[in-house]
Each structure stands twice: as C-alpha cells, then as structure tokens.
Write a protein that binds this ligand. Structure first.
Ligand code: ATP
Ligand code: MG
Length: 343
C-alpha cells in the first residue's frame, strides 16, 4: 500500500514566539501549503511538560494560532488545530512509550539541556516528549516534517520508532493489509536560510521561547522600539563586518546577525557581506532593525487584531481538530488492531 504525502509540524504554546520560530519553522509551513496537504498543530500537550499557568496556556494557544494565520497559513485549505483536542496523539504516545527504548531517549540532547542540573526534578513528560512527538507525526502517517535544526535528533528518533513498530509488528501489519509496515519513516525538512537562529545574547545558544532573558530574542509581538533596542544591545565583537564568509568563522554573534539579515531580505550571506563588509555593527544594526521591523510589525499587528476575537480563533481550532480527528481515528483503529487490542 502506498502512503500519501502529508506534512505535519507543531509549535508549542509556551509564549514568546520569536524570529527563530518564524524564520526556521512558520515561513516554511507557509511555503509548503501550495504543494502538500499540511497539518499545523499547536502542541499544548508538549507545553505542559514544563508547568504552565492554565490561563496563560489558553492565551498562548490562541497566540500561536494567530501567528500562523498572520504569517499566511490558510486554515481553510490546511488543517490547523491544538493537539489536546485529538485523543489519538496521547493514545499513540503511550504505545510508543512501549516501543522506544530508554537508551534512545537517554541520548536526547534537548532533555539534557531543558532538565539541566536538576534532572531528578524534571517531569516524566519532559523525558518522554520525543515519543509524543513521534505520535504527533505518525498518527497521521505524515511523511514530511518541516522543523528547525534543533529538532533533527527528535525526527531521527521518530524514524527509529516507526521502524521498530513496523518490525515488531510486521506480521500483524501485513495481516491488516500493510505489507512492509504501517508507518512511513518521516523525513525532516530542515530548509531555508535560517534553520538555527541564535540568541542575541549568546551566539552559541539557539534563540528560544524559554530563554529567561527577553533580550535574547525578537518576539513576533515586539514593537519597532523594542526591536531596535534588542538589536542595539545584541552581543557582538569589536571588529567591523568581514567582506567574505570565511571571516565569520569563530564569530558566532556576527554570523547570526548577518544570517538573520540575509533571511529577512532574501539575500545570501555572501551578498550581505559584499554590501556591508567593513561596516561597523552600529551601522549594520540599523539596517537590520529596519528589515526586522518591516517583516515583523505587520505580523504583530495582525496577531493583535486576531487575538481580539478569541471565540473566532477557538472556532478555527475546533474545526481543525474535527478534521484532524477524521484522519487520526481510523488510523488509531488500525493501530490498535495491529497491536492486538480488542474493540
Ligand atoms: P522552547 O524553548 O519552549 O522549546 P522553541 O523556541 O524551541 O521553544 P518550539 O515550539 O519548541 O520553540 O519549536 C517550534 C519550531 O520552531 C520547531 O520547528 C523548532 O525547530 C523551530 N525553532 C525553534 N527555535 C528555533 C531557532 N532558534 N531557529 C530556527 N528554528 C527554531
Ligand atoms: Mg523547542
């Protein structure tokens, strides 16, 4: 049986949506909707792996939805929904908890980074997060997953889980009509000019929603003055910009700002350096701010407009969830049958 191509990806409703999410993920989501059937999910079950205030979680779920729409995702032709409204995600995650091996999860660098020194006190959910992510993708038998560079390892784990399920249950898959396995091995799509935008305070760390410093990131809801201030304060080194790419090695902060500018303006790094080689950061940061404001300000404005009508956002999410469930539910029936559950 052939598997239709389907795109799935998710963003956590943990607040502070930033330029990295936009350039690394959301713009990619928009680009794919012309060629694929896409499902874009606000992954609230992932968000609670770290405690979330319930009212803030609701607000943040609506905010990610608003960002998707403001960035150009079409909620009519594509399926946009929040994860917790489709029970198949959590159900399949449990099955995958029993397929994935402890040794595999122990290698996940995101858990190590997020749990930090206080590992004993991290939630079990934070540890099992990659199994839920595999379930998110595979409950729809999705084949393509646009993500930033930081999610590459989790995607590889999803492939391992799919493969192990297919081989553990090979005979049962075949008996159910899926010779060769039920799940596709999902492909990561890590593309575009900015797959790993770095923190403005530390060029060795990625820009993150959960970074305690707001100065580390440009939020999609930041106004022009805030964007200008954050770039002004962004860490750099004392040298002027180099004229060629080789001059950026060993200069992660400079490389990051040049990369952001290139991504925002659709230029290559080489083009940017050809134009600004020899310039001081004070000058470059001004044009960078202008480019960022030009892209982000209209998105922030549109997000605020959409957020003023939360009931409409909630309607979009529940309609999307109903459509998602129409795909997940029959798949779950097949999966339960493959595993040997009666009913
Ligand atoms: P958190 O710190 O809470 O994990 P996050 O910023 O990593 O938040 P996620 O919701 O986990 O955001 O990720 C949403 C998408 O954005 C994923 O596809 C992820 O790979 C991508 N992404 C996150 N940070 C960056 C970044 N700095 N550069 C490019 N893409 C990114
Ligand atoms: Mg993340």
């Amino acid at each position: 049986m052939t598997i239709d191509q389907r795109v799935f990806s998710g963003v956590q409703p943990t607040g502070n949506l930033h330029l990295g999410n936009y350039l690394g993920a959301i713009t990619r989501f928009v680009a794919l909707q012309d060629d694929y059937d896409c499902m874009y999910c606000i992954v609230d079950l992932h968000a609670i792996t770290v405690w979330q205030d319930p009212d803030a979680l609701r607000q943040n779920t609506r905010e990610v939805t608003a960002a998707f729409i403001a960035a150009g995702i079409d909620t009519e032709s594509q399926i946009v929904f929040n994860q917790s409204q489709v029970p198949g995600h959590a159900e399949l995650a449990w099955i995958f908890n029993c397929v994935a091996r402890m040794g595999w999860l122990n290698r996940m660098t995101q858990f190590k980074e997020k749990a930090g020194k206080n590992r004993e006190n991290a939630s079990v959910g934070l540890y099992a997060y990659p199994n839920l992510m595999a379930a998110d993708i595979l409950v729809y038998r999705a084949t393509h997953v646009p993500v930033g560079q930081d999610q590459k390892q989790h995607l590889e784990l999803s492939r391992d889980i799919a493969q192990k399920f297919n081989s553990d249950f090979a005979a049962s898959c075949a008996a159910t009509g899926f010779e060769g396995g039920f799940f596709p091995l999902p492909e990561p799509l890590i593309t575009g000019p900015a797959t790993r935008v770095m923190s403005l305070r530390n060029g060795d760390q990625k820009m993150s929603k959960s970074d305690p410093s707001d100065l580390s990131r440009i939020n999609l809801t930041d106004d022009a003055d805030t964007i200008a201030r954050k770039f002004r304060k962004a860490k750099t080194d004392p040298e002027p910009l180099p004229g060629e790419e080789a001059g950026l090695s060993e200069r992660p902060e400079a490389g990051n700002l040049v990369g952001i500018y290139a991504a925002l303006t659709g230029a290559t790094t080489a083009d940017v350096l050809a134009e600004f080689g020899g310039a001081q950061f004070s000058q470059f940061k001004k044009v960078l701010t202008e480019a960022a404001v030009e892209t982000i300000a209209p998105i922030g404005d549109e997000m605020r407009r959409l957020m003023a009508e939360p009931a409409e956002i909630d309607r979009i999410l529940s309609r999307g969830a109903a459509r998602a469930n129409e795909i997940a539910e029959p798949n779950m029936t097949l999966i339960k049958n493959i595993v040997g559950f009666i009913g």
